[in-house]
Design a protein around this ligand. Structure first.
Ligand SMILES: *Cc1c(COP(=O)(O)O)cnc(C)c1O
Length: 385
């Protein structure tokens, strides 16, 4: 009944975890969910108020423009100028998305022919690989190894693979490893992309979710990046707006236009009232970002205590709301996550769910209050491993 492309899909990990979690909840166990990377805090009120206002305007009820309202694209361009010092033409270099996942999933359709290769980090957010498979193209895994700071080794990609590659996905600050990009790496990527005629797609969903004064760069700040690539951005994590489905892509005008062509033919744009709320998010008070950073810092530090108690050695992350921890000896990522769930009622995501190179790790999302994380830590202390 299903297409080959559906049959090729790996099992959706979070569905299996949800099932295991439901079983434990049915037994009456209080579960602390550090699984899915979805902020638990509400969208700031001034953004919600903007949606109310805009939703009442009948002009906003009609089909939106495919590429996004000009006012939204201008706000995104200004946000990029303010945050990264990058000049963007809102008309040709900005495209509104129904969440960045939507754009990331559609991008391969615009740039890959059947059989072409996309260079995909492993472990990674699953959409890069799946979008590639949906375009009947071939994902090639670039391992993100701890010894390399979870940065792909471009030199290690075989020459014949590079020749067939048309696209490269990157994501820093990184989900799931929480790695940040070392200085100079994006320049190396630009050079590699130029030499080998590869389009770079950088996913910058976590640019604002940083700790200890760390600043995450934009890929577009690298010299020549605008010639070879685009950056995907999302309001989801920065403004606690995952449910709203609004994001955007910025960068090279030709690439933006290619993605726009796909989108014009499959969707009809994001609800304009949500775009107007997005404008308010980007142009309104930004204190919510610092508040978010403080909250996640406290949570991170609380969970670090528990991991240390378990004998798990991991550096506190500089960005993202994830802790990517090696599993203790004698376990793999699946058996350790099973132990945490069944013996401590803690949900965490086994690294294997993010790719073969995620094996040996487990991802904790800091999406519970400090109190709940402290409770998780207490339970971890009672585990025998
Ligand atoms: C959460 C996340 C996104 C954001 O997706 P939206 O569709 O904008 O909500 C994008 N990339 C990564 C790596 C993420 O973890």
């Amino acid at each position: 009944m299903y297409s080959e492309r559906i049959n090729k899909l790996p099992p959706y990990l979070f569905a299996a975890i949800d099932e295991a979690k439901e079983k434990i909840i049915k037994k009456g166990i209080d579960v602390i969910d550090l699984g899915v990377g979805d902020p638990d805090m509400p969208t700031p009120d001034h953004i919600i108020q903007a949606l109310y206002r805009s939703a009442k305007n009948p002009k906003r009820h009609r089909y939106p423009s495919y590429i996004g309202m000009l006012s939204f694209r201008e706000a995104a361009a200004k946000w990029y100028k303010d945050h990264f010092g990058i000049d963007l033409d809102p008309v040709t270099q900005v495209l509104a998305l129904i969440g960045s996942k939507e754009g990331l999933a559609h991008a391969p359709l615009a740039f890959l022919n059947s059989g072409d290769i996309a260079l995909v980090p492993d472990p990674a957010y699953p959409v890069y690989k799946i979008g590639t498979l949906f375009a009947d193209a071939r994902p090639y895994s670039m391992p993100l190894l701890e010894k390399n700071g979870f940065i792909p080794d471009l030199e290690a990609i075989p020459k014949d693979i590079v020749k067939q590659a048309r696209l490269m996905f990157l994501n820093y600050p990184n989900n799931p490893t929480s790695a940040t990009v070392p200085e100079g790496f994006f320049n190396e990527v630009v050079e590699f992309a130029r030499e080998n005629d590869i389009i770079v797609i950088h996913d910058n969903a976590y640019s604002e979710m940083t700790y200890d004064g760390n600043i995450a760069p934009s890929f577009l700040q690298a010299d020549g990046a605008m010639d070879v690539g685009v950056e995907f951005h999302s309001l989801s994590k920065t403004y606690n707006m995952t449910g709203w489905r609004i994001g955007f892509a910025v960068g090279n005008a030709q690439i933006i236009s290619g993605l726009g062509k796909i989108k014009t033919n499959v969707d009809s744009g994001a609800f304009e009232a949500i775009q107007e709320a997005g404008i308010v998010a980007m142009q309104g008070p930004q204190d919510c970002i610092n508040e978010m950073r403080e909250i996640y810092t406290q949570r991170r530090d609380a969970l670090m205590v528990g991991l240390k108690g378990l004998g798990i050695k991991v550096q506190p992350p500089k960005a993202t709301f994830y802790i990517w921890a090696p599993v203790p000896k004698g376990y793999d990522s699946t058996s350790f996550s099973k132990l945490l769930l069944e013996e401590a009622g803690i949900v965490a995501t086994p690294g294997i769910g993010f790719g073969d190179y995620g094996e040996g790790y487990i991802r904790f999302a800091l999406t519970q209050s400090v109190d709940r994380i402290n409770e998780a830590v207490k339970r971890m202390e009672q585990l025998t491993i």
